[in-house]
Design a protein around this ligand. Structure first.
Ligand code: ZN
Length: 254
């Protein structure tokens, strides 16, 4: 399986795109989150993926930097099947928005699928279990996916790990964990005040949870071209597993 990071930024980025990514295998694509708008079309174009090639999308929560890009997918995939998975609140919002914004097109090709905490589905041929990450801001789900060969990929959405998620996260082959900024810059960004982590926090969690690989996302962009190096240097002090700090459009073989 291949991971394509379409976006790696937090909500307010302007040079990069908001966090969203594709899992790709055998010309099948599973999209997690969609970023804040029309930029999803540019990122897909840069990846060489047509919106019509995507039939499965998961939205973690209702914040605009994760949700609004899906309206552009709906617009660009008329006549092509689009299954959108999310918890009940997001599905409710989407069902209203799609009908109100696209009154003439109907929803024949859109399948809105409300998933429950702990529910397992099959997406692009792989079992995926959705779970509540226990956000204090807006209800949010992540997931654990079986990616073949006994490997697992766990996505924690855009908030810090909660101990309530231990059974889903412990021992994951790949963990995707947000990291808003360096610990060294936490005085500047105050990530904990807005329910986000530093690189140090994410790496300490990865070590404690005995994951085999850690991927960071939902990051600030002001460190620019130095971000990968600076985050890797800080992270290495707190966990020994391989650490990936992707830039937008970077691909990773899982
Ligand atoms: Zn976010």
């Amino acid at each position: 399986m291949e991971l394509i990071m379409l976006g790696t930024g937090h909500a307010g980025v302007t040079e990069s795109y908001n966090t969203c990514f594709l899992l790709h295998e055998n010309n099948q694509y599973f999209l997690t989150d969609t970023g804040g708008g029309n930029g999803i079309l540019r990122q897909l174009k840069r990846a060489g993926v047509s919106p019509r090639d995507i039939h499965d999308v998961f939205i973690t929560h209702r914040h605009t930097d994760h949700l609004l890009g899906v309206l552009w997918l709906v617009r660009m995939t008329r006549g092509s099947l689009l299954r959108i998975y999310a918890h009940d609140e997001v599905i409710h919002i989407l069902s209203k928005m799609i009908v109100m914004l696209y009154p003439d097109t109907g929803m024949e090709n859109i399948e809105l699928i409300a998933v429950q905490d702990g529910e397992t589905r099959s997406v692009i041929g792989h079992d995926i279990m959705f779970f509540d990450i226990h956000s204090h801001k807006a209800k949010q789900f992540g997931y654990k996916m079986e990616i073949g060969g006994g490997q697992t990929l766990t996505c924690l959405g855009d908030e810090p790990y909660s101990p309530l998620c231990y059974p889903y996260v412990h021992g994951s082959t790949w963990l995707m964990h947000e990291a808003f900024c360096l610990e060294a810059e936490s005085g500047k960004y105050n990530p904990h005040r807005i329910a986000h982590s530093t690189v140090k926090d994410a790496c300490e969690n990865a070590a404690m949870l005995e994951v085999e690989h850690l991927i960071l996302y939902h990051m600030e962009e002001k460190t620019g071209a130095d971000r990968k190096r600076l985050y890797t240097e800080e992270g290495r002090q707190y966990c020994s597993c391989p650490l990936f700090v992707p830039d937008d459009m970077e691909r990773l073989k899982l």
